[in-house]
Design a protein around this ligand. Structure first.
Ligand code: HEM
Length: 127
């Protein structure tokens, strides 16, 4: 059986650090920060970390605690236009630069985040 990406990049400590670095950037971003719960950063970090660990082959704690991800529906209250998507990806790329996973894992993560962020778009600035 091949090793999951979760385990290959270092398991929970990797995702904990990645999500922390990501939120360090979100918290100083004028477009993103207003969307996030101002008084529950550690809760937000936990939710995102558990989701990512589960997605990449780690423990299924996210679904045990939060149910089906239904991420598009959960993001519906937040105005995610192309600018917000790009800011979000900049925060994630900055966090990945710090963690510096091996090139093949980095490519897989970049590709996934770009596609997932596109799927979250829910505002079209042209209409
Ligand atoms: C939650 C914004 C993209 C995964 C949230 C929250 C906000 C947000 C404001 C609420 C924080 C909380 O209380 O947990 C955005 C924006 C995005 C984006 C502006 C720009 C495209 C993504 C992507 C993923 C993702 C690409 C997956 C790879 C999650 C997860 C949660 C979450 C798992 C927690 C859901 C829950 O269980 O409540 N996001 N998000 N988000 N986001 Fe995003």
């Amino acid at each position: 059986m091949s090793q999951s990406l979760h385990d290959a990049v270092g398991g929970e400590p990797f995702f904990r650090a990645l999500v922390h670095e990501f939120y360090e950037r979100v918290w100083v971003d004028d477009v993103l920060r207003p969307m996030y719960p101002q008084d529950d950063r550690s809760g937000a970090e936990d939710r995102f970390r558990m989701f990512l660990e589960q997605f990449w082959g780690g423990a299924a704690t996210y679904s045990e605690q939060r149910g089906h991800p239904r991420l598009r529906m959960r993001h519906a209250p937040f105005p995610i236009d192309p600018t917000a998507r790009e800011r979000w990806l900049e925060c994630m790329r900055g966090a990945l630069d710090v963690l510096d996973p091996a090139p093949l894992h980095r490519a897989e993560l970049d590709d996934y985040f770009e596609r997932a962020a596109t799927a979250m778009l829910n505002r079209n600035p042209l209409i």
